[in-house]
Design a protein around this ligand. Structure first.
Ligand code: 4AD
Ligand code: MG
Length: 490
């Protein structure tokens, strides 16, 4: 018993590298654990760069080779996982203030240099996507996923500090909130031999839930139910869309933040959207500067290989500061169409999709408005009702609805939302006009029957936000394991 206690006392508690690097308390025993990034040196001394994911920075471990056995040193290669006991000392070398003078090293797992895919040289993002199980170990993906974490935390903090309740809405639903028919079916029926009704259709009454169900495309409808009692709620969860868009901005499984607010009109909605976007950008600048600086440098390197006209106008951190310092431009869809019609690309026939009132704006149009014309984030409202979902509040003109899209540089649509139709009859009419089965919507309609209120909300695409913050250009690189058409590896 006494021996066990003694051994436990001798066992140095593990410190995170982030804390060690910030420490001014030197000449003490420490333990660090992590993965070897590089090893260099000569016959007498080895320098190991060790990383444990707590920061983008590595700690240098100095190994006096004569005091270790040869095999052990041989096993300390790029990718190996080790535990180091040693003394934290002030570093003589450049680039770090402290380092560890190793006393004991345990190698947990070796990484054969012949087969370990992440040797020192840099890799393309495409290649790293194919080894998504290992890409966390690169500087780039370490930075991205630390930032992703910080952004989710910031979002919860923002809402918590502003009287919002986090509402968990279901993942399995029976409705198509957006009415776009891009749903993944959830079923336990035998795919090869499903039960049939008398008229030969698949009999979903025999399915697990006794009806047709799918993975949710949005938590909004359920969030609205919560907002009509709790006032301010938000959801933050996975969302699924089977749209077959193989673009750098679309995923089949993505995360969405959907606040829903009672007593908010479209202007309050726009104010909130602008406020939360600025809040999370500021949070990133205040809390993730090491990772952002790394990504900024990486981007600048990357840009050198691009033609001049494809380079971005601002370095990453300046671009984030720019968002904080500028008001978003707000205008109506109709005004935006006028701007686009009078634009150079429209006049020269350069847009792939011609501009006409009534069209769904394409990415090229959104990006023209944001990047070329206004050079600021833009919020567009009052879209034609025919291109928007059934739940949006109808305007007096009978042509448009109180929709709102927030457009960001390099991204296009980052937020989509609206004021909701709170009038029972108008909503019921729109539902039948659009051919949505009313029997599936009775619960949604009832909130307009009992104590209805003006209310609004929006959906912020989490990965599009992370794209913007990190400056990455493909959405597959900001979610750990992307789900896209023909791809569900890992
Ligand atoms: O504009 P959307 O479709 O709006 C809704 O789903 C509403 N129910 C939101 C609401 O009012 N509560 O989607 C909202 C946002 C988009 O602006 C975009 O940022 C993101 O979700 N998004 C996607 N992100 C990645 N991959 C996809 N396939 C996406 N589809 C939408
Ligand atoms: Mg949208």
């Amino acid at each position: 018993m006494g021996l066990i206690i003694l051994l436990t006392l001798m066992k140095q508690r593990r410190s995170f590298i982030k804390d060690l690097l910030q420490s001014t308390d030197v000449d003490r025993d420490v333990n660090a654990k992590g993965w070897v990034r590089t090893k260099r040196g000569n016959k007498q001394i080895a320098f190991v760069a060790l990383n444990d994911g707590s920061t983008i920075n590595n700690i240098q471990v100095v190994i006096d080779i004569a005091s270790f056995n040869e095999d052990q040193i041989k096993n300390i290669t790029t990718g190996a996982s080790i535990s180091v006991n040693g003394t934290l000392i002030k570093s003589m070398g450049q680039g770090q203030s402290v380092e560890i003078q190793a006393k004991e090293i345990e190698v947990y797992g070796t990484a054969d240099p012949e087969t370990y895919p992440l040797q020192k040289k840099s890799h393309t993002l495409e290649f790293l996507r194919e080894i998504a199980h290992l890409r966390f170990r690169t500087n780039t993906f370490g930075a991205i996923f630390r930032i992703r974490h910080a952004m989710s935390f910031a979002i919860h903090k923002f809402f918590n500090d502003n009287n919002f309740y986090y509402l968990h809405t279901p993942i399995v639903t029976g409705s198509d909130a957006e009415g776009a028919g891009e749903m993944f079916r959830v079923t336990t029926l035998d795919a090869e031999n499903p039960p049939k009704t008398d008229d030969g259709k698949i009999d979903y009454s025999e399915d697990f839930f006794g009806k047709e169900t799918n993975l949710t495309v949005s938590g909004q409808l359920e969030a609205e139910l919560g907002a009509t009692a709790l006032s301010n709620v938000y959801t933050f969860g996975p969302t699924f869309r089977s749209e077959n868009s193989n673009t750098p901005r679309h995923l089949a499984e993505f995360w969405m933040i959907e606040p829903e607010m009672a007593f908010y009109d479209i202007h309050d909605n726009m104010d909130l959207a602008e406020k939360i976007l600025k809040y999370v950008v500021k949070y990133a600048l205040d809390n993730c500067i090491d990772d952002l600086s790394f990504l900024e440098k990486r981007l600048l390197e990357d840009e050198k290989s691009k033609p001049q006209n494809e380079r971005s106008e601002m370095p990453l951190i300046e671009k984030l500061q720019f968002i904080l310092e500028n008001d978003f431009v707000r205008l109506s869809y109709t005004e935006a169409i006028d701007v686009l019609k009078n634009s150079k690309p429209a006049k020269k026939g350069k847009f792939q999709f011609p501009v006409e009132w009534g069209i769904d704006l394409q990415s090229e149009h959104e990006r023209y408005l944001v990047e070329k014309h206004y050079k600021k984030p833009v919020i567009l409202i009052d879209y034609p009702k025919d291109i928007k979902a059934f739940y949006m509040k109808q305007n007096e003109d009978n042509k448009t609805v109180r929709a709102m899209d927030v457009l960001f540089p390099g991204i296009g649509e980052i937020i989509g939302g609206s004021q909701r139709e709170e009038d029972y009859d108008k909503l019921k009419n729109r539902i039948s006009e659009m051919g949505i089965p009313e029997k599936d919507m009775w619960w949604y309609l009832e909130t307009r029957k009992f104590g209805t209120v003006p209310h609004s909300g929006f959906g912020l695409g989490f990965e599009r936000l992370i794209l913007f913050i990190t400056g990455m250009s493909n959405i597959r690189d900001v979610i750990p394991f992307p789900r896209t058409p023909k791809n569900a590896e890992f």
